[in-house]
Write a protein that binds this ligand. Structure first.
Ligand code: BTN
Length: 318
């Protein structure tokens, strides 16, 4: 552990209480000046540390700083967690990390993405300190390509439930896996499957989840469609708690992929059922109304001639 990491874990273990620079220095066998320098750097890295003369340094209880210790504290499983301050994209990091043959369930989390990626080549707005950007590496043994669709659906259910339970909200899922709150998108999911060319089976899945936790100040082009779970700086719960819950839910649900319960919840949480939408056939927009979602997670749409269409993938707008 580096000095900065040691200081952070001491402060986290004593969250809410002040530790003097002198005491920290004695415990780590470094000078007070070295403690001050490390604290200053930690603050620059985005950690919320309250420093008060003659009292010392403290991470406040309500701090929204990402913390490995706090995330691990609430985990049900023994996932390997890699926490970074700033990356291009956690999905790209995850794919690069595959050369290290990571364990199933390894999670890469970042406080900021400078090149966050969305579906269809879009970018994902990923400013520091306010969002959750995480990618989970799954090794689904003998999952065939068509079944990766089920993982996409299961992930949407796991994340949506996690937000509802931890943040006390009532989110909905816009087919296929965008999560909405109050008619605005608060979370996007990017599933990247790495297949074995010969067998067609999936060797690894890098499951990227981006959540606007208390993200404000969206760029103009997103401001009408993007929302955030919380709209205030000080939030009732912090990002670490939601991250742990997302990982726990996801690991639980992945073990139960065949469970028809998942599709039932997915349907009940649908943002689109009953709505007028626009879907695309050979790039041409077509109007329709969403009638239902079938047991495979496909969207059942009735077009303006009352003809039923089943959409297996793609984008729809409303
Ligand atoms: C979408 O809405 O089109 C999908 C957005 C997925 C964003 C997440 S953030 C973590 C992971 N890393 C990325 O670069 N993208 C995904």
């Amino acid at each position: 552990m580096t000095t900065k990491e040691k200081i952070i874990s001491m402060l986290e273990e004593n969250k809410g209480s002040y530790l003097s620079g002198e005491d920290i220095g004695i415990q780590l066998n470094i000078s007070r000046a070295a403690v001050s320098k490390a604290i200053k750097e930690l603050k620059n890295n985005g950690y919320t540390i309250d420093s008060v003369n003659r009292k010392g340094h403290c991470i406040p209880h309500k701090s929204n700083t990402l913390s490995l210790i706090e995330i691990k504290k609430n985990l049900k499983y023994n996932n390997d967690i890699i926490l970074k301050d700033s990356v291009f994209s956690t999905n790209s990091e995850g794919k690069n990390y595959l050369v290290n043959n990571p364990e199933h369930g390894t999670v890469i989390i970042a406080n900021e993405q400078t090149n966050g990626r969305g579906r269809k080549g879009r970018s994902f707005f990923s400013p520091k300190n306010t969002g959750i950007y995480m990618s989970i590496i799954l090794k689904p043994k003998t999952l065939l390509l068509e079944n990766s669709f089920k993982i996409t659906i299961a992930t949407a259910v796991a994340v949506s439930n996690a937000i509802d339970e931890i943040c006390n909200k009532d989110t909905q899922i816009k087919w296929v896996n965008d999560i909405f709150l109050n008619n605005k998108k608060i979370c996007g999911i990017l599933t990247e499957a790495i297949t074995d060319f010969e067998s067609g089976s999936i060797e690894n899945i890098v499951l990227g989840i981006g959540v606007n936790f208390n993200t404000l100040n969206f760029p103009e082009d997103l401001s009408h469609t993007a929302g955030s779970i919380f709209l205030e700086d000080i939030t009732p719960i912090n990002r670490n708690q939601l991250i742990s819950k997302i990982i726990n839910n996801l690991m639980d649900i992945i073990e139960n992929l065949d469970d028809s319960e998942i599709i039932k919840i997915y349907r009940n949480k649908s943002f689109l059922i009953g709505k007028d939408i626009i879907y695309y056939e050979k790039n041409s927009p077509i109007q329709g109304i969403v009638v239902d979602i079938d047991d495979n997670g496909h969207l059942i749409v009735q077009d303006s001639n009352k003809i039923i269409k089943i959409l297996k993938s793609g984008e729809v707008n409303f």
